[in-house]
Write a protein that binds this ligand. Sequence first.
Ligand code: NAI
Ligand code: MG
Length: 503
Amino acid sequence: MLDRPHPTPSAPTLDEKTLANALSTQHFIAGRFVPARSGKTFPVVNPATGEAVGAAADGDSADVDAAVQAAAAAQKDWAKLPARKRGALVGQCAAILTEHAEELARLIALETGKALRTESRVEANVVADIFSFYGGLGGELKGETVPFAPNVLSVTVREPLGVVGAIIPWNVPMLLMALKVAPALVAGNTVVVKSAEEAPLAVLRVCELLNRVLPPGCFNMLSGFGPECGAPLVAHPKVRKVTFTGSAEVGRIVSKTAADKLIPVTLELGGKSPMIVFADCDFEKTVMGAITSMRFTRQGQSCTAASRIYVERPLFDRFVAALADKVNAMVMGDPLDEKTDIGTIISPGQFEKVKAYIDEGIATKGAKAHVCSTMPKEAGLKKGLFIQPHIFTGLPNSSRLVQEEIFGPVTCVFPFDDAAGVLEAANDSEYGLAASLWTNNLKVGLDLAHRIEAGLVQINQNLVVQANLSYGGVKSSGLGKEASLEAMLEHFMHKKTIMVNYA
Ligand code: NAI
Ligand code: MG
């Protein structure tokens, strides 16, 4: 097994296959690429072709311990740096990430099947933006003075928590890693990330790039499976905070371990986000808004995807027809082809899961499926995990397709008659991550925005996560916020009270 002590800085490369190979079989610990202690690896597969494009180190508790010890050793010196200096270093990463954005985009397209033009490039650029944003916030780690008593100076200071364990999924792995790593570092913590087994390579390249600026050990990256590598990371005694993005099911497991250790945990879990369309909306803008909201360019593999669309009855038929027309015009194909709008599902497991929902929807009495776009015909993509987008109407509210997160290119559309009824339907969900409302009547829109159960509500737009705006759900969608200054202060630091009696 190759042990590469010092990652060689290399210029951006657009040859994603060579890069995937070069990043294979390694964790990133204490500024070095190292293989798994066990020597085990598992394949990384391009879901558009079914071909292995590399391999990942198969991490277990021995690797977790090595990474956490490295992070703990680095943390004291890192926390001693002036906060603005830490911010400046994190900010410097943004320029390197921008310089390498295109190669990161190609690499993430290769390992996840996300279309380069519509998805992967967007992710690569947002990653740099998040580092740039948090890099500017080093001076904001302020405490308070408390008027306690005469001749007693009473202040609070913010301190880092220590080693942060971060577990990320595969749908936007670089972005979700950035949302955790950048604020954790600026706050003075060090980090061990456990990547998703389906997408371990692009995040490793990000590590190598960050390592050009940040001291070794400040952040470390392990690849491996959930129970074998993720669980021991959460359980490690030196991990003092866990931040997790993924399924509600695993979020509950992570949360239980964190509860036993009495450490704070941030959870970004699933969603079943409603989009509510009133008859007075700007029609064309709203149809295009639905295209963005459904995240079909990412095969619907987004926790904020509008997977339930409620349309005021007079507009219903026209809206569904326009939506189906627009999705029909989207091109499914090779994720790395500039013409492609829609790439593939991430893995055979997710493919089967999504197919099962679709089959169930088609078999439901009274339901109708608009099956959109066309399957790619190229011979090389025969084994690709492509699924045509499905727009369902006529499903009962009790259907699994309406209640559960599908994480696939499936949307259910319903007619509604009044604001009270649609609010009740929208809130009839286990989840509460995001929602969007489309109307020119801001009185109606704002009234609903206040009453809808979600962490993020947008009127007449539906943007993805943005730096500077708190992001995170209620109900089974999670605990805590990400992406903002407040998220860094509240979730990656604690407040200490210091009192000085000078009487
Ligand atoms: P998952 O929740 O199993 O995986 C997410 C991360 O958690 C991965 O890094 C995984 O290795 C890790 N993990 C799994 N078991 C663990 C454990 N016991 N302890 C610690 N870490 C563990 O998600 P999966 O299986 O990839 O997808 C299943 C469903 O989850 C999807 O269909 C979707 O509904 C939802 N999901 C939601 C995401 C979001 O952005 N909120 C992202 C990915 C999946
Ligand atoms: Mg799982």
